[in-house]
Design a binder for this molecule. Structure first.
Ligand SMILES: O=c1ccn([C@@H]2O[C@H](COP(=O)(O)O)[C@@H](O)[C@H]2O)c(=O)[nH]1
Length: 308
């Protein structure tokens, strides 16, 4: 799947991911009304509204982008109907040729990680039958439990040709509380980065490893160091747009070949119609506003990479 991700990035010239993080208050009123008319103001109604919202955004942007990143929390808040909307979103995006990164941030003791890995990336055996659960292409995982929490994910990735993005340095303001702590004089995120590089060595696609890393756009200096520590890891870079990251901050997340990083924006794209600069589209045309925001993001990052 790492090869498909790299191929899609080369084809689109867009090292970006659209984050499908649909809060109900981002869904325009006309979409909510239609869903509620059919299902009432219920969890089913909310799930239908976010699914229709996602579908329109995907329809309006899929030809410009290589990948999407649905954030499972946004779906889980609507319980089982929300998870059904998550699965519909995953399948629809795949049918459009997009790589799907499930932002699920799993990780536990080995036996539990194995079940998470099977559920999100693999197949579960039921009697004589094997079923894929959510079937994303990549999943985000939390390395806090160490190797035995990660290895079951790697095993499933090897079997299924899928991939991981392992949290190394997260974009949030308090990420330094633990991640920047010095151990033998080195910050913890560097040690995790070294481990990601080591895990990834045996998991190479054609050019990059399918064991990648998450490093926040809000920490560009750390991104520069981590790029060198993990030369073959794809870096998923959240924190662009709504969290303040800008194209010019991100050039050092990329390798000299212009590859190696993929930048996520969620609210900045899916709720673009609410921003002043895209207000002209109106809520009726929210998908067109998202398309314009994608084009602006591609131009911003592309411009920064061309000028480095
Ligand atoms: O370090 C991290 C890891 C994950 N995320 C996730 O990315 C998106 C960001 O959303 P925006 O609306 O573009 O801010 C969201 O799903 C986070 O859970 C992150 O932000 N930082």
């Amino acid at each position: 799947m790492i090869n498909k991700l790299v191929e899609n990035i080369k084809k689109t010239g867009a090292p970006i991911v659209v984050g499908l993080d649909p809060m109900l208050n981002y869904v325009p009123e006309h979409v909510q009304k239609k869903a509620f008319a059919e299902y009432g103001e219920t969890l089913e109604g909310a799930a239908e509204a976010i699914w229709q919202f996602n579908k329109e955004i995907v329809d309006k942007t899929y030809d410009l982008i290589p990948a999407v990143k649905p954030q499972i929390a946004m779906y889980e808040q609507f319980g089982v109907p929300g998870l059904v909307a998550f699965k519909k979103t995953v399948d629809y995006c795949k049918s459009k040729g997009l790589v799907v990164i499930g932002d699920v941030k799993r990780g536990d003791i080995g036996s539990t990680s194995a079940a998470y890995a099977v559920g999100h990336l693999g197949h579960v055996q039921v009697g004589k039958n094997r079923y894929a659960g959510f079937d994303e292409d990549f999943a985000t995982v939390n390395p806090y439990l160490g190797s035995d929490g990660i290895n079951p994910f790697i095993d499933v990735c090897k079997e299924e040709k899928k991939g991981l993005f392992i949290l190394v340095k997260t974009s949030n303001p308090s990420s330094g509380e633990f991640q920047d702590r010095l151990i033998d004089g080195r910050p913890l995120y560097e040690l995790v980065g070294e481990k990601v590089a080591a895990w990834g060595e045996e998991c190479m696609g054609d050019e990059y490893s399918y064991i990648g890393a998450v490093v926040g756009a809000t920490y560009p200096e750390m991104g520069k160091v981590l790029r060198k520590i993990m030369p073959k890891a794809y870096i998923l870079v959240p924190g662009y747009g709504a969290q303040g990251g800008k194209g010019k901050d991100l050039v050092h997340f990329f390798n000299e070949d212009g590859l190696g990083a993929i930048v996520n924006s969620s609210r900045g794209i899916i709720a673009a119609y609410k921003q002043e600069q895209y207000a002209k589209f109106g809520a009726e045309n929210f998908g067109d506003a998202s398309r314009a925001a994608v084009e602006a993001m591609i131009a911003d990052i592309g411009g920064a990479l061309n000028n480095r």
